[in-house]
Design a protein around this ligand. Sequence first.
Ligand code: HSE
Length: 428
Amino acid sequence: MTSFRIALIGFGNIGSGLVRHILEKKELLAARAGVPIELVWIADKEFDRPRGVTPPPTAKLTTNWREAATAANVDAVVELVGVGPDGKPTLAADIARAALGAGKHFITANKGLIAAHGGELHELAAKNGALLLDEASVGAGIPIISSLQTGLAPDRITAIHGIVNGTCNYILTQLDADGSLTMQKAIADAQALGYAEPDPRFDVEGNDTAYKLVILASLAFGQELNVGDVALDGITRLGPEESAYAKANGLAVKLLASATQLPDGSASLIVGPAFIPATHVLAGVRDVFNAVLIDADPIGQTMYFGRGAGQGSTGSGLLADAIFAAKLQKAGAPDPQPLRIPRGTRKVTTPDQAEHRYYLRIRTSDANLAQQAAAIVGNRKIATEGPSQAFLIDRISQAALDKMLGKLVAAGIPSDTICKVRFALHQT
Ligand code: HSE
């Protein structure tokens, strides 16, 4: 083995960052991997658009991904095609099946792919003596998956709490700093910085966070969980009222992903806006940064922090996987995958019955409607500011809250003007 040969499929923002990383850190990568990391194929739909980086002469360019994914001179396929406009990773799954089926290692940043097909692809990888590596799918380059696979291997993981969407965290930080900033402008800024998904609704509506939570919880709890198991809410209805409430009450607003492994082994998964104490370690995680806090027995609590999106961080996660695969291949290790998502094992407790403290805010300039809303919520009003009315509900289950929201909508309050925020990570 004289080099570790990569086929890159998807030469977009992250792909071009990866190419630059391979070129600029050539010697370091070779030293760490034990052999040079060589780019032998790049596949994309077109090569006309400038990418700001010139591929190395060793790389053959093609518009036929299959040719690159299955070529005899390829050791690993790096897939960066994302999901389709329908949100489904159809093309990515085809690439993964072709690459793994041909015995190539498969390295991806595609959380949609792993959340939907992780079990199947881990099985296919094992069958073909190849590795499925997805460090960059959660928290970009933060070594959270390798920590689950190695450092935390001796521990039983009981809970995961994370801020895992850089775009949402960036937006919430900007909204917090500038009360006059609109959600639309904050999203546009995150897109310009290359953090957001091509369709930023996947970020702000919480889907991206849910995918990442499914991947972490599946690996940590040894189950094949799916995105339908997550109680999901995004940040689109948050407004300046929530930033003001948080500031006045020693809180921070975060899009929080939480997974708990209950004593019976079942998993409970929830993603949504949360008020957490301003003194909590996750409250200090700002801008594009991500952090994951893991409770495990017997190690206790550990935390993983870093840039959760962008070229530099994602490229680092992808190349960490490439180095891992190159070293094992060089050593001739036959089946070295340390942790897999096992197919068909799934035990879920829906968080419907779990009780939380909630903040609820509606906006209406109709006094009658406001009164009706107060009656439905139970007159637990805490603030009125212009057309905004906020309520605090001390303990309510997700199911009862959903019922209450249904009544508010039936009374004539548009659902997109109702904002709910869970209180989390408070000492009780
Ligand atoms: N849109 C994602 C984020 C990219 O903002 O976190 C990294 O997965």
